[in-house]
Design a protein around this ligand. Structure first.
Ligand code: SF4
Length: 95
């Protein structure tokens, strides 16, 4: 690879990286607004985490709706998106 080809490749990589950095907040805002439009709360607003909180986890919450998958992921009556049974958020309510 010639020095000018290397420079061109580096320039293209930097341009793509710059686009990704600029686009990330916009995509996050879009996901949040989509969740609100669907009538559910975004995970980020309720301190959602993919791990249990002590003995509290989504699988033991009144809002959890079991799914069909073997991994035990389902949905939630309140929080947007796929919800693993092992997750937790600040709206937890023991079943
Ligand atoms: S309210 Fe929170 S803890 Fe309960 S199922 Fe939904 S995401 Fe999980």
């Amino acid at each position: 690879m010639t020095p000018s080809e290397t420079e061109s490749t580096r320039r293209r990589w930097l341009q793509r990286a710059g686009l990704a950095i600029v686009a990330a907040p916009a995509l996050a805002a879009f996901a949040t607004s989509s969740a609100r439009a669907a009538g559910k709360t975004p995970k980020a607003d309720v301190g959602y985490q993919f791990t249990p909180h002590g003995d509290q986890h989504c699988g033991a919450c009144t809002s959890f709706i079991p799914g069909d998958s073997r991994q035990g992921a389902g949905t939630c009556k309140i929080v947007d998106g796929v919800i693993p049974q092992s997750g937790w958020c600040s709206l937890f309510s023991k079943r």
